[in-house]
Ligand binder design. Structure first.
Ligand SMILES: NC(=O)c1ccc[n+]([C@@H]2O[C@H](COP(=O)([O-])OP(=O)(O)OC[C@H]3O[C@@H](n4cnc5c(N)ncnc54)[C@H](OP(=O)(O)O)[C@@H]3O)[C@@H](O)[C@H]2O)c1
Length: 253
């Protein structure tokens, strides 16, 4: 099979699994963090889990960039910087910022995360640097790149700020949960997830690739149900939870 054919079939498979995951996650929450529970096998410290899970996305992308035919294309290099900004933080900085005193991520979640991140790194980097067109400087003036870039960095900022608020709720050694306040939390329960969704929506536009679209669809499938369930969890756990706060879309849902 030619690689391009394989690539297109992989995108189709990615989308189908994402659609199934979206519906499944309304009934079964991924067993990590506040939704960790028995019956899902051995657990790891979440710091180690995040590093193991996210580092493959960074490595796969950089290796395929280095081996790619278009690695000197200027817009491709800028998109590499976008990816690095997210994944260097997620795999090597975020795990050391969280207060993680208990084993709260299951090995099964980490294993699924590794598989996803290797496949996702391939779908995105292989298109940008080999299978797709080389992105020259003219791509910088394309409205898809401009709007995508604004969304990517806007989502990145919201995600970073919202995670910072959550991480700041605990003192070192603490495990409990508190009500987050300020920033995006004035309007919704999970601005960190919404920031991440906007970020990868921007990425899909800026890359204009099926791999980018598949990543965006997966991010929605993964995080929208979790945001909704997290919202219900906050409401059931905290009687004084702000009643006007929505789950995902301010003033709507
Ligand atoms: N692209 C994707 O598909 C994808 C998938 C998953 C995650 N992510 C991103 O990865 C990041 C982390 O995700 P996550 O699901 O772990 O987020 P999360 O459940 O909001 O937790 C983030 C950190 O804050 C702590 N925390 C959460 N709520 C808290 C509260 N009310 N009080 C005190 N501490 C609290 C958590 O501790 P505990 O671990 O003890 O709960 C964890 O250390 C987010 O930026 C998310 O967008 C992306």
């Amino acid at each position: 099979m030619r690689e391009l054919t394989f690539y297109h079939w992989l995108v189709v498979a990615w989308m189908v699994v994402a659609a199934a995951t979206f519906f499944a996650l309304f009934f079964i929450s991924a067993p990590y963090g506040r939704f960790t529970r028995g019956g899902w096998g051995p657990r790891l410290n979440s710091r180690i889990g995040w590093i193991l899970m996210e580092l493959p996305a960074l490595l796969a992308f950089v290796i395929l960039f280095a081996l790619g035919d278009h690695h000197a294309a200027p817009a491709g290099i800028v998109l590499l910087v976008f990816w690095l900004a997210h994944y260097v933080h997620r795999s090597l900085i975020f795990p050391f910022r969280i207060h993680s005193a208990r084993p709260s991520i299951t090995v099964s979640v980490v294993a699924m995360g590794i598989c996803f991140n290797v496949g996702n790194g391939y779908l995105n980097a292989r298109w940008l640097y080999t299978l797709g067109p080389a992105l020259s400087t003219s791509w910088f003036l394309d409205p898809r790149f401009i709007v995508g870039t604004i969304l990517f960095w806007g989502g990145y900022a919201l995600n970073q700020h919202s995670d910072k608020v959550l991480i700041g709720l605990r003192k070192p050694g603490e495990n409990g949960y508190k009500i987050p306040m300020g920033g995006g939390y004035r309007f919704i329960s999970c601005p960190n997830y919404v920031g991440e969704i906007v970020e990868w929506g921007g990425w899909a536009l800026a890359c204009w690739s099926l791999g980018g679209l598949a990543f965006f669809v997966w991010t929605v499938a993964n995080l929208a149900p979790r945001a909704y369930k997290t919202h219900l969890w906050y409401r059931s756990r905290f009687p004084d939870y702000p009643p006007e706060r929505k789950a995902i879309i301010p003033f709507v849902i």
